[in-house]
Design a protein around this ligand. Structure first.
Ligand code: S3P
Length: 426
């Protein structure tokens, strides 16, 4: 699907967005290991989280969808059954990496595959710790999907993450659920902590002290009712849209504001964005609140070190904002961006160039000049949801109509994106 987008005169209204992708994956996986029924409200509508549900079903767990509620009937830690075919993670790195931790502990062999993009993403980052725990995993060329996982009785480990990755951390913690003894994960940089919070909510003994997570093995996880907040990473596109288009005023309700995710808001505010957070409450251990945004002149600046890691998914849309900012934007320490759904340094740079902007690509980042005007262009998602959405926002302030090729990629995390974009720009 190619999407045509015209410049917007204003972004306004009050919107509610679909459930958080990261939290939905975790609730689905943990509910599948728990005893009894879990009801997950506002489960992500994205294809990625449905890949997780598909895998869980293929492992013999009952999954029922009622609108955006998902009901999962777990049979406890040892209730998964050997799948009769390959498990398909689709485009979802989270599904493949986190589920691997669970599969590594099962008394059966499983194979997990993905689409062309996922098949190019590195998996040795999960194979190494799971191997240390006793699992035996083979991969194409030793590191790429598909993974063939020979489950074993796992032993607990004390593991220091070599890369800042919440997916790897979660993989080790899920394996640690099955291991005898105490699993310890040490993080060099703090990454999103939804797994730690959710495991605690379902009954695990888990402690977090600074960047050290300690989990007691073989907990009794109990099914329960949980609510998924709206996805802040999806909200990011609309926040930037409202900042960019003059005269805009937008309210986004019920957004997840977990501090390991909300660095984006801190950075935007420090650059001069008019953003206010209201009505903050807590649900299932996660902060939730309302975001109000008004169009603003943003200064731009440098994003590096742990800040880069904390807003890694938002960098494509920040790059768009950076090009219109006063000083431009420099992103450093972002080598991880090169191994996302696409090489996001290359795909962001290519679309910026098509719009008449000349960024400098760095091995681990990008330098984008400020005070730029976006030229109307034919842009490409390159099959990457966040690239499709980031450049749809750039199109709102281009000097004419733009086309986004393969815009349907957005549905990997946010199928309602174009509908809501039309609603707020109408
Ligand atoms: C995610 C972690 C991040 C992020 C991804 C979702 C998660 O990936 O980019 O979109 O839900 O744990 P890494 O773990 O590779 O940093």
């Amino acid at each position: 699907m190619h999407q045509r987008l015209s410049p917007a005169t204003r972004v306004s209204g009050e919107i509610c967005l679909p459930g958080d992708k990261s939290i939905s994956h975790r609730y689905a996986l943990i509910a599948s290991m728990a005893e009894g029924e879990s009801r997950i409200h506002a489960f992500s509508t994205g294809a990625d989280c449905h890949s997780t549900l598909g895998c869980v079903r293929a492992l013999g767990i009952s999954v029922e969808e009622q609108g955006t509620d998902v009901i999962i009937r777990g049979r406890g830690l040892d209730g998964l059954r050997a799948p009769t075919a390959d498990l398909d993670a689709g485009n979802s790195g989270s599904t493949m990496r986190m589920l691997s931790g669970i599969l590594a502990a099962q008394p059966f062999i499983s194979r997990i595959t993905g689409d062309a993009s996922l098949s190019r993403r590195p998996m040795e980052r999960v194979m190494k710790p799971l191997g240390e725990m006793g699992a035996s995993i083979t991969a194409r060329e030793g590191r790429f999907p598909p993974l063939e996982i020979h489950g074993r009785n796992l032993r607990a480990i004390d593991y220091t993450l070599p890369v800042p990755s919440a997916q790897v951390k979660s993989c080790v913690l899920f394996a640690g659920v099955y291991a005898g003894g105490t699993t310890i994960v040490r993080e060099p940089v703090r990454s999103r902590d939804h797994t730690e919070i959710a495991l605690g909510e379902f009954g695990a003994q888990i402690r977090v002290e600074r960047r050290v997570i300690t989990l007691s093995g073989r907990p009794r996880l109990m099914g329960r009712e949980v609510f998924v907040p709206s996805d802040l990473s999806s909200a990011a596109f609309f926040i930037v849209a409202a900042l960019l288009v003059p005269g805009s005023e937008l309210i986004i309700r019920g957004v997840g504001l977990n501090p390991t995710r909300s660095t984006l808001l801190d950075v935007l505010v420090s650059m001069g964005a008019n953003i206010r957070i209201l009505e903050v409450t807590q649900k299932n251990g996660e902060l939730v609140g309302q975001i109000s945004v008004k169009s603003s002149h943003v200064r731009g600046g440098v994003i590096e070190r742990e800040t880069t890691a904390a807003l890694i998914d938002e960098i494509p849309v920040l790059a768009v904002l950076g090009a219109t900012s006063e000083e431009g934007l420099i992103v450093r320490d972002a080598a991880e961006l090169r191994i996302k759904e696409t090489d996001r340094i290359a795909t962001v740079a290519e679309n910026l160039r098509r719009m008449g902007i000349q960024p400098d690509e760095l091995p681990d980042g990008i330098r984008i000049p400020g005070r730029q005007r976006f030229r109307a262009a034919t842009l490409d998602s390159f099959g990457d949801h966040r690239i499709a959405m980031a450049f749809s926002i750039a199109a709102l302030v281009a000097d004419g109509e733009c086309e986004i090729r393969d815009a349907e990629a957005a549905s990997v995390s946010f199928p309602e994106f174009f509908r809501i974009l039309r609603q707020v720009t109408a």
